[in-house]
Design a protein around this ligand. Structure first.
Ligand code: NI
Length: 162
């Protein structure tokens, strides 16, 4: 595996662990809550990281988003387990890509808007960070105990990504 991808995978794994910490704070009995009609419910938002990661990686690999998507799960423990499984499978698929495949264009959004596979992989991380921020806001409003994004216990994760 070349150095660029190695660094990407380390960052992706670290972000995965951070996202799990805030997901784990979501109470099952608040899954229907949403801040406004057009927003995702808390339950949809807890499921979004694992379902969207799976879909985005399929898009990066095959050039198309899946036609059918997995159903959201109704409790946080199951969503966390699904996220770990989806992430592990996604990492294995991405690690198998060659430098040439990473640099190849795919066009999952529109035929007129090709992106390299590597660009879609970077987008996958940015998308997760975006929704993770939403989870922090939802859970803070819901009065939940929320973990810090960075703590003395977890800051070492950054050093491991060097
Ligand atoms: Ni999204």
């Amino acid at each position: 595996m070349h150095a660029h991808l190695d660094s990407y995978i380390k960052t992706w794994n670290r972000i995965h662990e951070q996202t799990k910490r805030i997901m784990a704070a979501a109470p099952n009995d608040k899954y229907d809550w949403k801040p406004c009609e057009s927003a995702m419910s808390l339950g949809e938002l807890v499921n979004h990281p694992w379902i969207s990661e799976w879909g985005l990686i399929e898009a990066a690999l095959t050039g198309s988003f899946p036609k059918e998507w997995p159903a959201p799960l109704s409790d946080t423990a199951s969503a966390l387990a699904a996220f770990d499984k989806a992430h592990e499978e996604a990492v294995a698929k991405v690690m198998a890509l060659t430098s040439e495949q990473l640099a190849e264009d795919v066009a999952p959004f529109s035929p007129e808007r090709p992106l390299t596979r590597m660009a879609v992989l970077k987008m996958t991380i940015e998308h997760e960070i975006h929704h993770r921020g939403q989870l922090y806001t939802y859970l803070r409003i819901a009065g939940c105990e929320i973990p810090p994004l960075f703590s003395v216990e977890t800051v070492q994760e950054f050093d491991d990504g060097r």
